[in-house]
Design a binder for this molecule. Structure first.
Ligand code: F6R
Length: 364
């Protein structure tokens, strides 16, 4: 049931601290300060290359994971939406691990990609939320998310749980490759374990987000900008908004603005900038200022330090708790989801059953 929430989507957004904690429990050994996998004897040390394939929101989780696998494990990562992966001629060499990511475990294109990769001799890992699904059954390494049933058509809690599993997998791969010292492993465990509390901190901004939703609800077009792991979040933010509010939205890598999309900017286009303070902050803020100089209405999502440093000129800010960069994608997913939710409610659309969309896409 929806409990005392007005929509399943809102209930599921609010469940995230609990379900992420639940998911992390099967991947982190808190006492030993170690990361592990549910199938401990699966050998990751021989993996030479990773191919990540998924659709929609699950694809954006995979896009975040690409940054992590490369950064921590130094393993090259290939990333594709399943419907494209199937119809190009991907080169899959020995020692490759295919990772499929799917809430339902039944998405037709992703399942077909899994089967194709298997026929090419790849090992298969599946990050899935439905443990009885086809992908779960056909994988060599089943990596469950413990999000519980997701009813709202727009994916929310499955996404943050996928990120939690993928971060743990990246750490395990790094460890298997001898690229993670004991001290680094301890630190990663500590940061990941902080995610549930940080998600709670992010939820505390719900009312403030609701209060600013009208700025976005009045728009015809909205842009989302991010850099690094915030780039996939920008894409996810735009997807969530268009799915449930039917407002046209696009996500861009912040540095790509000047290569075209900046031509769209005027005072009718809200631009949501996702920029936690950290090594990429300055660069993103300078892209933000380019938008402001052209009259764009910037809504900045950052932490207190970031918002202070960015100065004047935004139409609104959303303050997130200050978190380690590893868990920032999980935490910043919350304001992005809440903004889409409140805009949709303000517009009066059917949040849980958006038009033309199905929860599980089992046809191509
Ligand atoms: C977006 C959304 C879809 C799904 C996509 C993949 O809110 O729900 O984009 O993420 O259809 O579905 P799964 O994860 O079940 O493979």
């Amino acid at each position: 049931s929806k409990g005392n929430h007005r929509h399943y989507m809102l209930k599921e957004i609010y469940e995230q601290p609990i379900v992420v904690a639940q998911t992390l429990r099967s991947y982190l050994q808190r006492m030993e300060e170690q990361v592990t996998l549910p199938i401990p004897d699966f050998d990751l040390s021989a993996i030479k290359r990773v191919t990540i394939v998924a659709c929609g929101t699950s694809f954006y989780a995979g896009m975040v994971a690409k940054y992590w696998f490369e950064q921590f494990a130094r393993v090259p990562v290939d990333l594709d939406v399943a419907s494209e992966f199937r119809y190009r001629a991907p080169v899959m060499e020995e020692g490759g691990l295919m990772i499929v990511i799917s809430q339902s475990g039944e998405t037709a294109d992703t399942l077909a990609a899994l089967r194709h990769a298997r026929s090419e001799g790849q090992k298969i890992a599946a990050v899935v939320n439905v443990p009885t699904s086809s992908m779960a059954r056909e994988a060599d390494l089943l990596l469950p998310t413990h999000a519980g049933p997701e009813i709202g058509v727009a994916s929310t809690k499955a996404f943050t749980c996928q990120l939690a599993v993928l971060a743990a997998l990246a750490a395990n791969l790094a460890k298997a490759k001898g690229r993670l010292s004991e001290a680094e492993e301890k630190a990663l465990v500590k940061h990941l374990a902080e995610a549930p509390a940080a998600l709670n901190g992010a939820l505390a901004y719900d009312e403030a987000i609701q209060a600013m939703a009208h700025v976005v609800a009045a728009a015809r077009d909205v842009l989302y900008l991010g850099r690094g792991t915030d780039y996939p979040l920008a894409l996810e933010g735009a997807l969530k908004l268009k799915e449930i509010s039917y407002i046209h939205a696009e996500g861009y890598a912040a540095g790509e603005m000047k290569h075209g999309p900046i031509a769209l900017i005027d005072d009718a286009v809200p631009v949501i900038v996702i920029a936690p303070s950290g090594p990429l902050f300055e660069k993103t803020v300078s892209n933000m200022q380019e938008v402001q100089a052209r009259g764009g209405k910037v809504i900045l999502i950052s932490d207190y330090d970031g918002i202070e440093a960015a100065g004047e000129g935004t139409v609104a800010t959303i303050t997130m708790p200050k978190v380690h960069p590893l868990i920032a994608p999980l935490v910043y997913a919350v304001p992005v989801q809440l903004l889409a939710y409140h805009v949709a409610v303000a517009k009066g659309t059917d949040v849980d059953q958006p038009r033309n969309l199905a929860k599980s896409v089992t046809v191509e």
